[in-house]
Design a protein around this ligand. Structure first.
Ligand code: C5P
Length: 396
């Protein structure tokens, strides 16, 4: 699974740096192409010669070579990689990553990296448990960084507790699983609805909602990343179209419903992320409505519940819905799960900080007929992975 993968290994100043040698050796043995970036302190813990020999490439520490002025381009390195793994990651480096400090090559590479980033923290138990370290880790998690949790055990200080860097084999296995997931949906086809629908009142005005479409677009991108074919029915958003998806613009609830029903027979499943209007004007005025004294009443009629409609003819297809609630969250989500005949529902509450409209984070609970799983506040990209992981499980 790691054959041909381009991996940057970042080594920071921790005694666990000696394990980075085994880690690099294992990655190279697995067929990965490895480049090592070290912080100046990391270089004190394990020699560049060891790391260069094991990775088969000179290691990188400085922004430029003082001998000849040759520039070490962190931008090129960040673009080159399929994964950036920082192991060991000290409390200091994690804090800098969380706040955007860029005072060494490892950190500038982190800020330039477009690939998934993994950190394997290594530190004393009290440093790891410290509220500041935990806040920094939470922030990194929110920004999409994957944390390979440290293990419990004996520490360099002589104390015992959580803070030992995960063993090299555990880290390699983590990467293996990560890359294995990438192809797990090839040959499958999915329908995703996203964004807010707009229901025209007249040629100028409409009824809509605050949905940004970010969650649905992230789900579509994640399905594509796993090899699936995706048709994305999109309401109103201002987002770029994720590469590899077939976008169908369906601005109104009615247009989205017709398109969804047409696509449904040919797909393996649907993820209904769109914020579809529940009501639409009975009539759309062909001319701009003029204002008058007094109140204005616009008669509204119910729209079709697209998810429930698809749920009536599932025939083995997977159907995933969302529930955005402000009160009695659990109860409402469970009712929707059954009423719409969903396989599982993604609950998010507007009462959770960070789960607001338009943001880049979400805090979800996945609910199915057997129970529920709650996740921490994470980037929408990470949340999309959680949702797609569950879909893959169901397909197996
Ligand atoms: O009932 P509620 O609108 O809260 O349900 C939300 C879920 O149902 C979401 O998955 C949403 O995309 C879907 N839905 C739909 N068509 C509607 C209303 C909601 O597909 N008309």
């Amino acid at each position: 699974m790691l054959r041909g993968k381009k991996i940057i290994v970042g080594v920071t100043g921790s005694i666990a740096a000696y394990k980075a040698a085994v880690l690099v050796r294992s990655l190279v043995k697995e067929g990965a192409e490895v480049r090592v970036v070290m912080t100046p302190l990391g270089r004190q813990f394990i020699t560049p010669l060891t790391m260069a020999t094991l990775s088969k490439h000179p290691i990188l520490v400085d922004f430029f070579n003082p001998e000849n002025g040759e520039w070490n381009s962190h931008v090129a390195l960040g673009e080159w990689a399929d994964a950036f793994l920082i192991a060991p990651a000290t409390a200091n480096t994690l804090a800098k990553m969380a706040t955007g400090v860029a005072d060494n090559l490892l950190l500038t590479t982190y800020l330039s990296a477009r690939c998934p980033v993994f950190v394997a923290p290594a530190m004393d138990l009290d440093m790891f448990a410290h509220v500041t370290t935990q806040q920094n880790l939470a922030r990194l998690r929110t920004n999409g960084v994957r944390i390979i949790e440290p293990e419990e055990g004996e520490l360099a200080s002589g104390l015992s507790g959580k803070g030992r860097m995960a063993e090299p084999e555990t880290i390699v296995e983590y990467l293996r699983v990560f890359f294995a997931k990438k192809k797990s949906l090839s040959g499958r086809k999915f329908l995703v609805t996203a964004g807010a629908t707009i229901e025209a009142i007249d040629p100028v005005r409409f009824i809509s909602n605050h949905s940004s479409g970010k969650m649905g677009y992230a789900v579509a991108a994640e399905l594509v990343a796993r090899g699936a074919e995706v048709v994305l029915l999109s309401g109103r958003t201002s987002l770029p179209v994720p590469g590899g998806v077939r976008l169908v613009e369906t601005l109104s609830a009615d247009a989205m419903c017709r398109a969804a029903l047409a696509e449904w027979p040919a797909v393996d499943g649907a993820v209904m992320c769109a914020a579809v209007a529940d009501y639409t004007p009975v009539e759309c005025s062909p001319i701009k409505l003029k204002k008058d004294e007094g109140e204005l009443c616009i008669p509204l009629k119910r729209t079709v519940d697209i998810a429930a409609e698809l749920g009536r003819s599932k025939e083995g297809r997977i159907l995933v819905g969302f529930a955005l609630e402000t009160d009695h969250e659990q109860e409402h989500a469970e009712q929707k799960l059954l009423r719409k005949n969903l396989d599982f529902i993604v609950l998010n509450s507007l009462r959770d900080a960070g789960a607001c409209f338009g943001g880049d984070t979400n805090k979800i609970t996945l609910i199915d007929r057997k129970g529920q799983t709650e996740f921490p506040l994470e980037s929408k990209q990470r949340v999309a992975e959680r949702i797609v992981d569950r879909i893959v499980e169901l397909l197996q």
